[in-house]
Design a protein around this ligand. Structure first.
Ligand SMILES: Nc1ncnc2c1ncn2[C@@H]1O[C@H](COP(=O)(O)OP(=O)(O)OP(=O)(O)O)[C@@H](O)[C@H]1O
Length: 893
């Protein structure tokens, strides 16, 4: 049953007016809805935001709140639902998470103002004050602290495709130009919550944006974009930020235009755009990111979660900004040896000194998320609490710098970063003097400026305090005078301060000579005013109003001072995050026995005692031990063909080595006893069958598209893991393809590669390919049970154990028994066709090389095939193979 949004007890839904046809309110509603476009319109009516028509239906179903209908429009009841204003944030959060965008229409004048303007029937003016969209959130309550939240815009000008991406909550702004084929990979790295595309842009095969928003093509024109960006950043020319291509300018301009649109003109904080240099980074395509689950999981019920990903498993950062940076680092490993060594040295230094690391982490843990506080302040949505966060974070940064400066053996990267923590002394001191320890989030009620900061403000507060004391003593006096012990002086928003007595005592105060003036009679009580009270109350109110105004002026000045230093503050936040990441990686490395990787100049990957961090952590939970494995790839032995039973640990072995490469090049330690690697320029992973039916591709099609990309792009510096290529199609087509893919990787790409397969037949490739070697994951049958050892050994697997695994998996005994009989028949069939080529084992080899076979051999084969009774080979796969060969022969003919 649908839950109803909690409504205050005094709310009367039926009494709330409705925008029915032809009323001025209806006209107002429609004109606002027009402005809101596809966004749900939150239409403010008193204490509620109301939604109507389709908006109401969509919101009610997402929020699981009651959908009602009132009045009529075009003969139909008007659907409506509402959320109370005081709880709007949590409803907004749920709508945004569900993929909606929301336009907030507020009352922009009071009913009294409306009346003064247009008489008693005048409608309160409303306007859209803000759009809340997934990519433009700044509210702490709507954001996940430990993840970046990006808005991206994609523009194509000529051959150039550019992506601009901004995290509005911190102001980080980057732009990158990539070939069209790499767009998806780049978007997978950025994982924007909202992606802006021109309404005239063609459909792109994009899998990595949560929400796509089409914007007018004029937003993407590079000429107007240039002007827009110059105005936005308040500069004469963008040249000071670097040289940007037309596509980059168009993308950045479209992003800024959208910010203008959703912020309805309000300021937004963006740092000057940084060009992301794809050249210094490891290329990782979208499919590889998905299959390696670097920062999010991709499969199962928890898809999209941090938990269960590499990031979720190793993240020990103690600040939200650190967590966001670690996600970026893992998503974008480096290829510059010097830069990686710098990071490694820092992690190493912190790893060696546990005490120092502990101190640093404790100091960092206490620091608030200044980057996001700054984002809110600049966006005009900040408050006193945000300033206090800056004070505490920057004050902490100063102490940290002093502490670090005292160390003699500072790792070079840290020594280089240290000055970035400096320079906020004056601002921190000012904020420390100005604000109380824990100011309120909202400035409206005042009370956040510290005593002693402003003497005039102190005096106003003193006056208000005296007034309140005077009011308290009036209460005692009135009780004495009237003899009514239950007389009280109260305060509310309508009457202000007033005297309240129970109805039974009211007569005494009604008399004209009593000195009290009647104000209001309620069921049980009667309320009065008096001139003394009025006077004392006005003193309190006036002083209060002036004090709040004085505090607001200070808030504005302090906010301006902070904004004036926003670039420096943002830079300090980056330094803090970098230290946090290094300390977190060091901490995790130490507690899990990870090692510092060595970087070699030649393409190699030599790992002893390598482990898969995520599988290891999962096994540890149930008290199981992960079996470490070695790998040793070099130019002479660069392609390992790994066979072995299902569930034997092949995929795990492949992936753990890819993760070791990612971690090492992100500048961290790796889950191994020792590791040495030559830098990897591109990482590819084609693991398992990942359906993408949403994109209209079958499992096999996806597999082939991904394999094609690897064959086209992998270089001798690349590292490729390929798992069960060919599995998605009929056995022998698949085998033939796997065969030729291994050959191509070996002969053409010449990259380091781990290739796992169930096609035992592929092991024959070792006879012809020099740099290929055979390995298998060990298993043993023990008293009828299969024991998986998860241990890698040299040479091919002796057999496939498929039926034993089926038994382990709980396939009914009868079915396994039948499979054994079928297998026996198949093996018998193989013997029977012994004269055909070299038996079924050799058919795939034959198929793969058929084109090159001499005509005489083909004739012999044709003859042999004609002589076979296909029914003797009952199992489907054997028939499959024969028919495939027949077709191949027919094609050849
Ligand atoms: N080195 C290891 N130590 C301990 N357990 C492991 C190890 N490797 C894998 N496992 C366990 O075995 C399970 C199966 O591993 P994995 O998926 O890698 O096997 P596989 O050989 O690729 O299987 P399939 O061929 O069916 O895809 C893992 O989920 C994990 O629980």
């Amino acid at each position: 049953m649908a839950a109803t949004a909690p409504r205050p007890a005094n709310s009367n839904a039926a009494a709330r007016a409705l925008p029915v046809a032809a009323t001025p309110m209806m006209a107002q509603y429609w004109s606002l809805k027009d402005k809101a476009g596809e966004c749900l319109l939150f239409y403010r009516m008193g204490d509620f935001f109301e939604l109507f028509f389709d908006d109401a239906k969509a919101a009610a179903s997402t929020l699981d709140i009651a959908l009602t209908s009132r009045g009529e429009h075009d003969g139909q009841p008007v659907a409506m639902c509402g959320v109370p204003v005081h709880a709007a944030e949590s409803y907004l959060a749920r709508l945004i998470r569900a993929g909606h965008r929301v336009a907030i229409a507020e009352q922009i004048e009071t009913p009294a103002e409306a009346k003064a303007r247009g008489g008693s029937k005048a409608l309160v003016a409303r306007d859209i004050v803000r759009f809340v969209t997934a990519g433009t959130l700044t509210e702490e309550s709507l954001l996940e602290g430990r993840s970046a939240n990006r808005l991206a815009a994609l523009a194509q000008v000529g051959d150039e495709v550019a992506i601009a991406a901004a995290d509005i909550s911190t102001g980080r702004f980057e732009v990158v130009a990539v070939p069209a084929a790499a767009v998806d990979a780049e978007l997978a790295r950025l994982a924007p919550s909202e992606l802006l595309l021109s309404e005239s842009a063609e459909e792109l095969p994009i899998s990595s944006a949560r929400q796509i928003v089409r914007r007018p093509s004029s937003d993407f024109s590079s000429t107007s974009a240039q002007k827009r960006l110059e105005t936005f950043f308040g500069v004469q020319t963008l040249d000071g930020f670097g040289q940007f291509g037309r596509g980059e300018i168009a993308a950045m301009g479209a992003l800024v235009a959208y910010l203008d649109h959703v912020g309805t003109g309000g300021p937004t904080f963006l740092q000057p755009p940084l060009r992301h240099l794809a050249s210094g980074r490891m290329a990782i395509d979208a499919a590889t990111r998905e299959s390696l689950e670097l920062v999010r999981t991709m499969i199962g019920a928890g898809a999209g979660a941090r938990e269960g990903s590499l990031l979720g498993t190793i993240d020990r950062t103690v600040t939200a900004a650190g967590a966001r940076l670690l996600a970026d680092d893992l998503a974008s490993p480096l290829t510059d040896k010097g830069a990686i060594l710098d990071r490694l040295d820092l992690v190493d230094g912190l790893a060696r000194d546990a005490l120092w690391r502990g101190e640093l982490r404790a100091a960092l843990r206490a620091l608030p998320d200044a980057a996001r506080a700054l984002g809110r302040l600049v966006a005009g949505r900040g408050g006193p609490r945000d300033l206090a966060q800056l004070r505490d974070a920057l004050g902490g940064a100063r102490l940290l710098r002093e502490h670090l400066a005292r160390r003699a053996d500072l790792p070079p990267l840290l020594a280089h970063l240290l000055p970035g923590l400096d320079g906020h002394g004056a601002l921190v001191d000012e904020l420390a003097r100005a604000l109380i320890e824990t100011p309120p989030v909202d400035a409206a009620q005042g009370g956040y400026v510290a005593e002693g900061y402003d003497h005039a403000l102190d005096a106003l507060r003193e006056t208000a305090r005296d007034g309140r004391k005077a009011i308290a003593s009036l209460e005692a006096q009135y009780r004495d005078r009237t003899g009514i012990a239950s007389l009280k002086i109260r305060h509310n928003g309508v009457l202000g301060y007033h005297v309240e007595v129970p109805a039974k005592h009211a007569d005494a105060l009604m008399a004209p000579e009593s000195g009290f003036t009647h104000r209001q009679t309620l069921a049980g009580v009667v309320r009065f005013n008096s001139s003394d009270l009025h006077e004392a109350a006005s003193r309190v109110t006036q002083a209060g109003v002036h004090a709040i105004a004085a505090e607001a002026a200070h808030l504005e000045a302090l906010t301006d001072a902070a904004i004036g230093r926003r670039a420096e503050i943002a830079a300090s936040c980056d330094v803090l995050a970098r230290i946090d990441v290094a300390a977190a990686l060091a901490d995790h490395a130490m507690s899990h026995n990870w090692c510092r990787p060595d970087l070699a100049d030649e393409p190699c990957l030599e790992v002893t005692g390598g482990r898969h961090p995520v599988v290891e952590a999962a096994l540890a939970k149930s008290g199981e031990r992960f079996v470490p494995n070695d790998v040793s790839l070099s130019e002479a032995d660069r392609l390992w063909l790994v066979t072995g039973p299902n569930m034997g640990g092949k995929s795990t072995f492949l992936r753990q080595n890819a993760l070791i490469v990612v971690l090492a090049q992100a500048g961290g330690f790796v889950p191994a006893a020792t590791a040495k690697l030559g830098l990897v320029d591109r990482l590819f992973s084609r693991v398992g069958a990942s359906d993408n039916l949403a994109r209209g591709r079958s499992t096999f099609m996806v597999e082939m598209v991904e394999t094609a990309a690897i064959l086209a792009q992998a270089t001798p510096q690349s590292f490729v893991i390929l798992d069960e290529v060919g599995r998605g199609t009929s056995t022998y087509d698949g085998l033939a393809l796997a065969w030729s893919v291994v050959e191509a990787v070996h002969e053409v790409n010449k990259c380091r590669c781990l290739f796992a397969t169930h096609y035992h037949e592929l092991t024959r490739l070792a006879e012809t390919l020099d740099a290929l070697s055979l390995h298998h994951v060990r298993a043993r049958e023990w008293q009828g049970d299969l024991v998986l050892l998860h241990e890698l050994a040299e040479g091919p697997a002796d057999r496939s154990y498929g039926l034993a695994v089926a038994r382990l998996a709980g396939v009914p005994a009868g079915v396994v028994k039948r499979a054994e009989a079928v297998l026996a028949k198949l093996e018998a069939g193989r013997e029977k066709t012994g004269g055909l080529a070299a038996g079924l084992d050799d058919l795939p080899l034959f198929a793969a090389t058929l084109a090159a076979a001499p005509e005489a051999a083909k004739d012999a084969l044709r003859e042999a095939l004609g002589a076979i009774d296909p029914d003797a080979l009952a199992p489907r796969e054997a028939l499959d193979a024969l028919y495939t060969l027949k077709h191949l022969l027919a094609d050849e003919a």
